[in-house]
Design a binder for this molecule. Structure first.
Ligand code: GLN
Length: 473
């Protein structure tokens, strides 16, 4: 099993382990587990070359901050000269000419890209059943979904195929699959990590996030990729986080916000039970528990799906068969736009574009889109006043553990409800992180999340490390 990077690094430094051998063994392991379908593209040759450079840097005593860390990247994040498909037929052969800022920073710090991970097409989905390249299987039980839309990135970490992976979050696509595969999944404050090079789904909600099975490595990556970026005008004018220095803090007298029974109504019994027992442990440690009046929780999902689809319909208009993407064979009289998009997009993407176009159309704009914007403001305000009273909100990440393939496909609304606990943080722009919390009767994991005030990412990662040790002890 792949050791955490922080452990392996010491062995790289003392020469007990070699980067080249590590990469070769991992490539074998990836091949053994290829039925998981976690990767769309493997960058084996590139990784082997990088491993030689990393080894030389260790040998000469000059390793960079993340030298030899093995990294997988969701396939909607641009990688120079490496195919970036968004799991869509539309971009099946698209090769970017530049790296996303986060990718460039990681490569500069010595991380080795092992491959591009499978995902729901254009990051739309909660189960990874919407990929043009087929389903990703949950490594803990292959009959179950790994969650979505960053299912490949979550599965790759959970199966020990890389140290860390990047995903993207628009409404929960990092936290939800992290919960279903038993790992940590961090969604930053809006603007904390540059979106430059992330293929846009819903720009006012999208953020790149990080998966890892330990918070030491997660925080090292966070400290590298956060910070203002002149290529992303929505990036916050802040330097990189210093979360690694907070990671071992012991916290006293925290004010922890918990949600009411009404909000827990959507949960399975085992999640509710574990949630209550986690809260009890926190109370026994002397922390103050404060019930938070979360207003508008019934509006989280509708508001998210109106705003996300509206922005998606506009963002995806660029895939027209002329400037970007797949071009079908055309016969005389064919409409290129119609034929490209009918053939190039999968069903869920088409559904989102239709929904988004509808809520933006002149007859319905006021009733849906404008209303959703107003409700989004209320949700954001309600978070603001909550964080006047508490240091963090603690609540379930997902209503239950992973579900079986095919069990929610016939009813999209049922699928959309998988995002019930995650979408609100994206609407409000606040940071949030999944921590593995418990197992259901069949041994499948589920997580709880911590949410903090805007730009309190560093503190939040420290809280997460502290609470995760406490609730899993
Ligand atoms: N499951 C949500 C959706 O399908 C979230 C997606 C995401 O965060 N990228 O829209």
């Amino acid at each position: 099993m792949l050791k955490p990077y922080f452990e392996l690094r010491q062995q790289f430094e003392t020469g007990k382990e070699s980067v080249v051998d590590t990469i070769n063994e991992l490539l074998k392991e990836i091949d053994n587990k290829k039925d998981l379908n976690a990767f769309i593209t493997l960058t084996s040759e590139l990784a082997k070359k990088q491993a030689v450079i990393s080894q030389e840097n260790f040998d000469s005593g000059k390793p960079r901050t993340l030298e030899g860390m093995v990294l997988a990247i969701k396939d909607n994040i641009s990688t120079k000269d490496i195919r970036t498909t968004c799991a869509s037929k539309m971009l099946e052969n698209y090769i970017p000419i530049y790296n996303a800022t986060s990718v460039q920073k990681l490569v500069d710090a010595g991380a080795i890209i092992i491959g591009k991970t499978n995902m729901d097409e254009f990051a739309m989905g909660s189960s990874n059943e919407n990929s043009y390249f087929g389903n990703v299987l949950n490594p803990l039980n292959k009959e179950y979904v790994p969650g979505g839309s960053s299912g490949g990135s979550a599965a790759a970490v959970s199966a020990g195929l890389c140290h860390v992976s990047l995903g993207s979050e628009t409404g929960g696509s990092v936290r939800q699959p992290a919960s279903f595969t038993g790992i940590f999944g961090y969604k930053p404050s809006y603007g904390r990590i540059s979106r430059f090079g992330l293929v846009a789904f819903a720009s006012s909600l999208d953020q790149i996030g990080i998966f890892c099975n330990n918070l030491v490595d997660l925080s090292s990556v966070c400290d590298i990729i956060t910070g203002v970026d002149e290529n992303d005008s929505t990036s916050a004018n802040l330097g990189p986080t210093r979360s690694s220095s907070k990671i071992e803090n012991i916290y006293k007298n925290l004010r922890i916000g918990y949600v009411s029974d009404e909000v827990l109504n959507n949960c399975t019994d085992y999640v509710t039970k574990k949630y209550r027992s986690d809260l009890n442990k926190l109370k026994e440690e002397g922390h103050e528990l404060i019930e938070i009046p979360i207003h508008y929780s019934e509006a989280w999902i509708p508001t998210y799906y109106i705003i996300a689809t509206a922005e998606a319909s506009s963002n995806l208009a660029r895939f027209d068969g002329v400037r970007f993407g797949f071009r079908p064979e055309l016969n005389e009289g064919d409409n290129i736009y119609v034929k490209t998009r009918s053939n190039g997009f999968g069903m869920e993407v088409k559904r989102r574009i239709m929904l988004g176009t509808y809520v933006l159309s002149s007859g319905f704009y006021d009733a849906y889109y404008r209303k959703a914007q107003q409700v989004r403001r209320k949700i954001t305000d309600s978070y603001k006043s909550t964080f006047d009273k508490v240091d963090m909100v603690y609540m379930p990440t997902t209503p239950g553990s992973a579900f079986k393939f095919g069990s929610r496909n016939e009813n999209p609304i049922k699928m959309y409800k998988a995002d019930f606990y995650t979408a609100s943080a994206n609407l409000a722009g606040v940071p949030a992180i999944n921590i593995p919390s418990g197992l259901d009767d069949e041994g499948m994991p589920f997580g709880m999340q911590i949410q903090c005030n805007n730009f309190e990412d560093e503190k939040m990662i420290g809280y997460a490390n502290y609470i995760s040790k406490l609730i899993n002890s």
